[in-house]
Design a binder for this molecule. Structure first.
Ligand code: AAL
Length: 396
């Protein structure tokens, strides 16, 4: 919680506890009044390693005023059915949420198959109707909502194209870009059942004049896998476009591991590809990978930089990170229960802002049964958090 909010809450608490007006106002409240707040400057005395680190690491933000610290809360969504949870119907990997035409929109991976997935380790048993993984044989669907809690499923946005077009096997894990009045959905385009060799796929794109479609496939790979031996040679996952400096900054994840028996790999990092045109070419950043951990990608403009929610995998999982220059990330906070595959509502995702305001909610997913995760279905959920620079009445 930001100190200013703390102070207001304390003021309210004093008023209600003692039944009298508090004399303190925001303008006159000072550090001396609240000695429990840590001093802004590092104390001029010997400090333990832990306290030293509290000033020097985490981007030198005081824990009491770290704007990139939050805890996450979850609420069940209304409007989605899951075939009684038998594993045959899944919704997962939501896009960012956008607000257009007076309502919120979200896109996601949708699978509705006669049987549940056999599991990536048994991918050879998959066929035209039997999926290997939860995200195999999927399409991209979308839903709209007026309040972010009750959703109306609108149907398919991007179907699986005919073989051999990119994505003929499965189109999944999409994210949205609004650029010069048009809409672009980037997504994983599988050309084989996930698990046959790994979770291998590149990224393709479809575009539309309206978020309601119709969507036209560019019918090409826009972000190809890297050359043999590179960190992203097998897959480009979780494409996540933002607009920065008049260009498309598309973050993505790849995974790699020296042990081929690990399918999917346990080592994952994130990279950046930049383009001036949504249909490409995208140029991969020479410093890639630029985030050393995480699984799915969740980022948002914050002040002049960009913040990333880094969850599930890697040494720096369970952190929120910040890159003032949109490339060199530092840990800003360590937290818990981070949204999986979070697609936040990012009002300034495409405005090329130099003063990103942060996020307060979004959609993420939960997967049923952790020890059988790639056979079971997933559900969409709402998450709420306080990663916003603005004060919201509902959070006081
Ligand atoms: C995820 C994402 C990608 C992977 C699989 C489906 O949640 O990282 O989309 O391919 O798992």
């Amino acid at each position: 919680m930001k100190p200013i909010k703390k102070i207001i809450i304390l003021g309210l608490a004093i008023t209600s506890t003692f039944g009298c007006e508090t004399k303190k106002t925001l303008e006159t409240t000072s550090q001396e009044d609240f000695p429990f707040l840590a001093p802004q400057e590092k104390p001029n005395r010997s400090l333990s390693a832990a306290v030293e680190r509290n000033y020097d690491a985490y981007m030198s933000l005081r824990p009491e005023q770290n704007e990139l610290y939050t805890q996450f809360k979850y609420t069940e969504l209304r409007g989605f059915e899951y075939n009684n949870g038998d594993g045959t119907l899944t919704r997962r990997d939501p896009s960012k949420v956008i607000f257009e035409n007076g309502k919120y929109y979200v896109w996601y991976t949708y699978r509705n198959t006669p049987v549940k997935a056999v599991g990536m380790h048994r991918a050879k048993e998959a066929n035209d109707t039997i999926p290997s993984a939860d995200w195999d044989l999927a399409e991209i669907w979308y839903a709209t909502s007026e309040d972010g809690f009750t959703w109306k499923e609108q149907g398919v946005a991007v179907p699986r194209p005919p073989k051999p077009e990119p994505g003929w096997r499965s189109v999944t894990t999409t994210d949205i870009l609004k650029w010069k009045g048009k809409y672009y959905l980037y997504y994983q385009a599988f050309m084989e059942a996930s698990g046959l060799r790994g979770d291998f796929c590149p990224v393709a794109v479809s575009y539309a004049d309206s978020p309601d479609g119709p969507w036209t496939s560019a019918n090409k790979v826009v972000i190809p896998n890297g050359p043999e031996g590179s960190w992203d040679q097998y897959s480009i996952h979780d494409p996540y476009p933002l607009v920065h400096e008049g260009k498309i900054y598309l973050y993505y994840k790849s995974d790699f591991d020296e042990r081929p028996e690990l399918k999917p790999s346990k080592i994952r990092m994130q990279g950046l590809a930049i383009a001036e045109n949504p249909l490409g070419p995208f140029e991969k950043h020479p410093l890639n990978p630029i985030i050393n951990s995480g699984h799915e990608t969740t980022l948002f403009p914050f002040k002049e930089g960009v913040a990333a929610i880094v969850q599930r995998d890697g040494q720096e999982h369970n952190t929120i990170q910040y890159a003032k220059d949109w490339v060199n990330f530092e840990i800003a906070s360590i937290t818990e229960l981070l949204p999986v595959a979070g697609g936040p509502f990012v009002p300034d995702a495409f405005t090329d802002t130099k003063d990103g305001r942060g996020i307060t909610w979004g959609i993420s997913h939960f997967t049923n049964a952790a020890n059988d995760w790639n056979r079971n279905h997933s559900i969409l959920t709402r998450f709420d958090c306080d990663l916003s620079l603005d004060i919201h009445d509902d959070k006081m």
